[in-house]
Write a protein that binds this ligand. Structure first.
Ligand SMILES: [Zn+2]
Length: 371
């Protein structure tokens, strides 16, 4: 047992040491417009996660030293070639501050143009890497969206971020029995695409009114599993109908609809376009495929009650000030449909952001039974 363990450690250390060596060499040579590629970023992020023992998103001195003490090859490299390859000593930096992933990468790549970002000098990973596209896992996953670009800073500093967990017992009944929202959904033409983050249907065929303002439906898209949770429970699928006001400044209202797998009720909504789910990721909106039949959203209704709160986009740049509504009753999805949907999403599957703190926000609850 002990023998197996030490063998494992030795090989792990060797591979980490080799990776670290390659990565340090690569970073140290960066200058001008040179950018890091996806593979290098993934390796650096794995090393960072390995160092960050308490998983708080930063590496402090003790974590860094612990990493070196358990990876002798990395230690040798660090004390020789690693240190020499840097103009700013990470060792000094680490002595008096906690380094985020971005700062760690920036410290290793002193000549890269990473200070060309905003006034604070934090350019974000987008200035260091060749493809700063956000994703749902690894170095460009939700925990690092704010590090990717200064434009995404609300992902870390925002106070009205979505999605949220809804605890019905803590929701406040809406003072107006009918609530402050209404839907006027009909039938409209649509185009469909997999944009690399989600499957989206661009659709014009209705509007949502919230607090006296009318928002026109622009598109609806899907997350697997759900982003919104109820009492901590995730549903297999969530749809967001995104509505916008015409003109500037544009305001956004989102209606979130949860789905649960059912076989005992008739499914009437998803089947309208499920035979045209895209099989590949589109490069831009022009690649969206026109749906052969118009899509009818009139089966989606607020009659079963809904939750209301102030919120944000759940994807970068995580813009706040959105009117959020969540239908209280999930719609049905057939198990076979769910499987088809997951297959169509391909690598995009599991495209959900974890729930965010309410930070004192009130969720109001409009119950059909009050009417
Ligand atoms: Zn969404």
């Amino acid at each position: 047992m002990g023998c197996t363990q030490s063998k494992h450690d030795a090989s792990e250390d060797a591979s980490n040491g080799t990776m670290l060596q390659a990565v340090l060499g690569h970073l140290g040579q960066l200058d001008g417009d040179a950018k890091l590629d996806h593979t290098t970023m993934s390796i650096v992020y794995d090393i960072f996660k390995d160092m960050d023992k308490d998983s708080d998103g930063t590496v402090d001195k003790s974590e860094f030293e612990k990493f070196l003490s358990t990876h002798p090859a990395a230690k040798t490299l660090w004390e020789g070639e690693g240190k020499a390859s840097m103009s700013r000593s990470l060792k000094d930096a680490i002595a008096d501050e906690r380094l985020s992933f971005y700062e760690l990468v920036a410290a290793f790549a002193p000549e890269a143009p990473h200070h060309a970002g905003d006034a604070s000098g934090i350019g974000g990973l987008e200035s260091l890497i060749s493809d700063a596209a956000w994703g749902y896992r690894g170095y460009n996953g939700p925990e690092n969206w704010a590090l990717l670009s200064p434009k995404n800073k609300l992902a870390a500093t925002g106070k009205e971020q979505c999605p949220v967990d809804i605890l019905p017992s803590t929701c406040v009944p809406c003072p107006a029995v009918d609530g402050d929202a209404s839907l006027a959904y009909g039938v409209g033409p649509g185009t469909i695409l997999n944009n690399g983050h989600t499957i989206q249907v661009n659709w014009k065929g209705g509007s949502m009114s919230v607090g006296g303002t009318t928002f026109e439906a622009a598109q609806f898209h899907f997350h697997t599993a759900s982003e919104t949770t109820i009492r901590g429970m995730q549903y297999p699928l969530e749809m967001h109908v995104v509505h916008v006001t015409p003109g500037e400044p544009m305001r956004i209202a989102v209606l979130a609809v949860l789905f649960e797998t059912r076989t005992d009720v008739e499914e009437v909504f998803l089947s309208q376009f499920f035979d045209q789910l895209p099989s590949h990721v589109a490069h831009d909106q022009d690649d969206a495929e026109t749906l052969t039949r118009p899509v009818d959203l009139s089966s989606i209704s607020l009659d079963g009650g809904y939750y209301r709160l102030r919120g944000s986009l759940t994807t970068p740049p995580c813009t706040e000030g959105l009117e959020w509504s969540v239908l209280a009753s999930p719609l049905p999805i057939l198990p076979a449909q769910l499987e088809t949907f997951r297959k169509a999403l391909g690598k995009t599957v599991r495209n959900f952001r974890p729930t965010q703190p309410l930070n004192g926000r009130t969720i109001t609850w409009v119950c059909a039974c009050q009417a």
